[in-house]
Design a protein around this ligand. Sequence first.
Ligand SMILES: NC(=O)N[C@@H](CC(=O)O)C(=O)O
Ligand SMILES: [Zn+2]
Ligand SMILES: [Zn+2]
Length: 428
Amino acid sequence: MPTLLIQNGTILDPSQNLERKGDLLLRDGKVEAVGDVGAVNADRVIDATGLYVTPGLIDIHVHFREPGDEEEETIASGSAASVAGGFTTVCCMPNTKPALDNEAQIEFVFRESKKANLANVYPIGAITKGREGKELAEIGTMHERGAIAFSDDGVGVADASVMRKALQYCKMFDALIMQHCEEPSLSGGAMHAGLVSMTLGLPGIPAEAEQLMIGRDLLLDRTIGCRYHVQHISTAGSVELIRRAKRDKQHYVTAEVAPHHLLLTDEDCRTYDTNYKMNPPLRTAEDVAACIRGVVDGTINILATDHAPHLAEEKELEFTRAPFGIIGIECALPLYIKALIEPGHIGWLKMVDMMSTGHARIVRLPNKGTLKVGADADVTLIDPNLKWKIDAEQFVSKSRNCPFHGWDVTGRAVATIVAGDVKWELKR
Ligand SMILES: NC(=O)N[C@@H](CC(=O)O)C(=O)O
Ligand SMILES: [Zn+2]
Ligand SMILES: [Zn+2]
């Protein structure tokens, strides 16, 4: 069976608090040795001098558009984009057409991702049938088939009694609920409700739309204790709610942020460029600062992408009519470097924890997000000093809706290894 030896890199593995120069030996799809490997006969040797060798990056929040909108992204194209961004494992949201709300759909995602044979793809099942928020979906059978978590992403579960049932039900088998927090009666806008939306004459989505649902869910879950993950957190108030919940020993609560909520603000919407339209919307500079503080102090557990492909012709509609969402899987790493490492907010080991190990912890994949001996041989090689320009035209993804097009960034994945197989390498 094939062996791959990665030599002379800097190994960064938060799962064993490892930060050292050394080698990594992969055999039969598993980590065989890490650190001082010594002389071995390998089928292939990669010289990783000057590179970081990390557990493969993981993102538990991506949107591939299969079934239903295959011209925007498929499981295969999304997997190819993932490995091009350094991601070895992704979890895809169920807001497809039809929704991933039954076991056949869950099996479909596994089947298609096996065919693509690039990244590991785990489906997230819908909480409610058709994501309509009325009746619980087949959560139990989807869980048995390997649905990694449950979410109605795109919308939150608005009805408190339905949400309470979902929390109680998922608690029975310790399943994870991921919530898109948005109170619909406060929503319906196109951007953050504030001074800028008023100036632009665009309908707003207030910070409270997000905070209200987070607050409600934390309250509901207080007596239930189901594992609960807040998706794409965007406001200072949300960070504070989660900080307080964790202080109050709601340890089963986790949260994520997306790159755009650390790098952009509602001011960017002044261009009326719909690549600045996503849900939750870009907030204020104070919200950005609070989200960064939440990352630094551990209130926010992980860094996600919310990779949300849309057709150019739909994004070309006027701001109020264009769909919400931007793509990010191929530029998330340098964007987080820019937002968090370059200004000195966090170091590399925490960064890798928040882009890999932490994700594996939340969705319970003990053999991923780690380079421990015996773990899955999913590895990312990162050149932390590589300077490049983000060019959406060069993306592997089928879509182009990215506000970071043209940005100068530093740091990039240069090789992505899944189960010991090099699935992607930067051509240089
Ligand atoms: N984030 C977005 O703006 N859009 C997502 C849905 C979602 O994550 O809520 C999409 O599926 O397009
Ligand atoms: Zn969402
Ligand atoms: Zn999403």
